[in-house]
Design a protein around this ligand. Sequence first.
Ligand SMILES: C[S@@+](CC[C@H](N)C(=O)[O-])C[C@H]1O[C@@H](n2cnc3c(N)ncnc32)[C@H](O)[C@@H]1O
Length: 189
Amino acid sequence: MSVIKTVIKTTNRGGRPRKHPDRRAAWAAASRAYRKRERAARTKRKAYHSGGECEWYTPASVYQPILERLSMTEFDLDPCSPWLDGPIPAKTRFTPADNGLLQPWQGVVWCNPPYGRTMAAWCDKAVQEAREGVRVIILAHARTDTKWFHGLMEAGGRPEFIKGRVAFVRPDGTSESAPFPSVLIWLGF
Ligand SMILES: C[S@@+](CC[C@H](N)C(=O)[O-])C[C@H]1O[C@@H](n2cnc3c(N)ncnc32)[C@H](O)[C@@H]1O
């Protein structure tokens, strides 16, 4: 009897094996794989957004077309740069040692700030500088429900949503696709 039951369970009417002989096991495996993918994505998002891990650099495929649109070969300032000769072509760079939040900005500014707890402070600084005539292009994660995003919109920022995911560059030169959508916000233009 038990042999007959097994045959009925694992074969179709024509005697051909089912794609998933045990649907429940297949569903459990798919759900395990989904949870694993979600955990990995959560860890990655946490790494981007935690205050301590912000060494993700803009690929040339994002900033180069902007320089071309502006007919420039370099920005006037990158106020959040890992080093003095950092990855973004800019006449002046501020590093964490300078604290770009406390320095005066000028000209056309490329701003891809740390996406952690200081995000709102960088956006407030950009708004303040734009009021003084500085032009800022902010590369941010597209968190359209946040106070900082609304603050930028209220200050006249023009959003350009990026199609696809940006592959940010790590300090060792490898790149990794962001686990979130990105937006460029043009402020003061
Ligand atoms: C997301 S990365 C972007 C780097 C670069 N601007 C780019 O677009 O590729 C943010 C950078 O800001 C730097 N940073 C963090 N706090 C800073 C501060 N207070 N002043 C200047 N730079 C800072 C970090 O070291 C990090 O390299």
